[in-house]
Design a protein around this ligand. Structure first.
Ligand code: GDG
Length: 481
């Protein structure tokens, strides 16, 4: 029987190495949760990097690690420090990430990074080839592994290969600046189905394929030798019930957490006081520094809201050994310090800033206690935080201000959509959010909740898998016609 193989840069488990014990703890991230329906015990295999380098693992531990991972249906691709440096921090995060998020000036075109990216992609492909049978279904995830589909297709021509990109695919004008653009496209075209979050990313990809490779493209299909490759959009959803149920449980619990008490006490300090939430990985694509500047602009334009509003920023540490991320961290530290220093009063600090990752429970406290979520990425493949905030608003109140540049904006028209570069518009929208009548909030939230609960992450994963299986069944017949 054909099995399913999932491949992503990181495995959906974290290794915990104690004295003589090794445990693999399931991760709680979006992808790990989303793939639950696809990655079922015994019927599927997940291949990826464990997060530990060869230098971290004593050779004697390797068999125990393999055993611990196997219990979760996982197999590790082992990487050295040098490989992680060139493949992950290098080509993935200093070349592709900035370029695909339209930060061309940050993209580094280093031959060494590219060479390591190729050899590490080959390592992943070899692991798949070694573990797969001819007619298996293989789902490759994200920008770290764009060459893998072609590498696998060469050796396993009958396998069904799907690829999903979690970040934007940029316009042709941006993509064509990449020195290895043809190789990347050809790598992706090893897949039978290529999925994106939005229709726009899909169009950008097809345009690059047509213009750079001169291939025949019809609507959303690419004709390559004797193959038909399907390209489609699959907007990723969230585990709606998990967030909604966690919020309901909070509401039913009379005992308040310390964080909730603190947030409540701020709201009680003056009538009409509002809490505004911003949550992102600390990444330049998320527009955190601009958001803080826009908040200062708002406080100056509408001074009547000073002492009546607080911006809560949760910035989760990310890629902190990449120079651009270190610079951004410094910029945000300074901005928050300056604005708080200039505007704070004895009773009020305008910005609360947490640079850390919080446990899930605290995340729910923030979502449920904050009146407004303000998410202003400059570019974002999807942005799941926007969807999670809506799912937790079980009382039907709350306002979401969301950047038009996030993939999720396409599905969330009832949010207040803004251009993150327009401070005037953002200040006015923040005021609109603060003064929005509860009835209007409820109307908007209800429509969003219905949509998000229907198109949840399980529906996303299943619809990708069904399309991939269907593509395999139909493709050879159509090529023969
Ligand atoms: C990439 C793309 C695309 C955040 N802080 C904490 C925490 N989180 C969780 C959130 C959410 C996830 O992290 C962040 O997901 P996003 O989608 O917002 O952003 P990226 O990490 O950039 O993800 C993005 C996504 O892939 C999926 O395709 O949407 O565009 O860039 O789930 O809840 N979780 C906990 N503590 C925190 O402090 N526990």
């Amino acid at each position: 029987m054909a099995k399913t193989i999932i491949i992503s840069n990181r495995l959906p488990v974290q290794l915990q190495i104690g004295k003589g014990t090794i445990n693999a703890i399931p991760s709680v991230g979006g992808l790990a949760t989303g793939m639950k329906s696809v990655h079922k015990g015994g019927e599927s295999l997940w291949i990826g990097w464990s997060g530990l380098t060869d230098e971290d693992i004593h050779i004697s531990l390797a068999p125990k690690i393999d055993e611990a991972l196997a219990k979760h249906g996982c197999t590790a691709v082992n990487l050295s420090e040098q490989e992680v440096e060139g493949f992950y921090y290098g080509f993935s995060n200093r070349t592709i990430w900035p370029l695909f998020h339209y930060f061309m000036e940050y993209a580094e075109f280093e031959l060494d990074f590219w060479e390591t990216y190729k050899s590490v992609n080959q390592k992943f492909a070899d692991a798949i080839i070694a573990q797969s049978d001819d007619d298996d279904i293989i789902w490759v995830h994200d920008y770290q592994l764009m060459l893998v589909p072609q590498m696998v297709k060469e050796k396993k021509p009958n396998a069904s290969i799907g690829f999903f990109l979690h970040i934007p695919f940029p316009s042709y004008e941006i993509f064509r600046t990449l020195p290895w653009r043809e190789e990347v496209l050809k790598g992706l075209l090893g897949a039978d189905l290529i999925g994106f979050h939005t229709y726009d990313y899909e169009r950008h990809f097809l345009s690059s394929v047509r213009r750079l490779l001169g291939l025949e493209v019809s609507f959303n299909e690419i004709y390559l030798q004797n193959r038909v490759i399907k390209v489609d959009s699959f907007p990723m959803g969230i585990d709606y019930n998990k967030f909604s149920n966690a919020a309901k449980k909070k509401m039913a619990n009379a005992q308040r957490s310390d964080l909730q008490e603190k947030l409540d006490s701020h709201k009680a300090s003056a009538p009409g006081t509002k809490l505004v939430l911003s949550i992102d990985r600390l990444d330049y694509s998320k527009g955190i520094a601009k958001r803080i500047n826009a908040f200062e602009y708002f406080l100056n334009k509408y001074p009547e809201y000073q002492e009546k509003i607080r911006l809560i920023i949760l910035a989760v540490p990310s890629r902190s050994n990449v120079p651009q991320y270190q610079l951004l961290k410094r910029e945000i530290d300074e901005l928050v310090g300056r604005i708080n220093g200039e505007l704070a009063t004895v009773n009020w600090t305008p910005i609360w800033y947490f640079y850390r990752s919080l446990p899930f429970d605290s995340l729910i406290d923030l979502y449920t206690s904050c009146d407004i979520a303000w998410l202003t990425p400059l570019r974002d493949g999807m942005n799941l935080v926007a969807k999670e905030y809506i799912a937790t608003r079980t009382k039907g109140t709350g306002v979401l201000i969301l950047s038009e540049m996030a993939g999720s904006a396409y599905e969330m028209n009832e949010a207040l959509l803004i251009n993150p570069n327009n401070f005037e518009e953002q200040a006015d929208t923040l005021k609109q959010a603060i003064t929005m009548p509860e009835e209007e909030q409820a109307n908007r939230i209800e429509i969003l909740q219905k949509r998000l609960s229907r198109y949840n992450v399980e529906v996303w994963a299943n619809s990708f898998m069904e399309t991939l299986i269907q593509q395999k069944e139909e493709s050879p017949a159509r090529v023969a016609k």
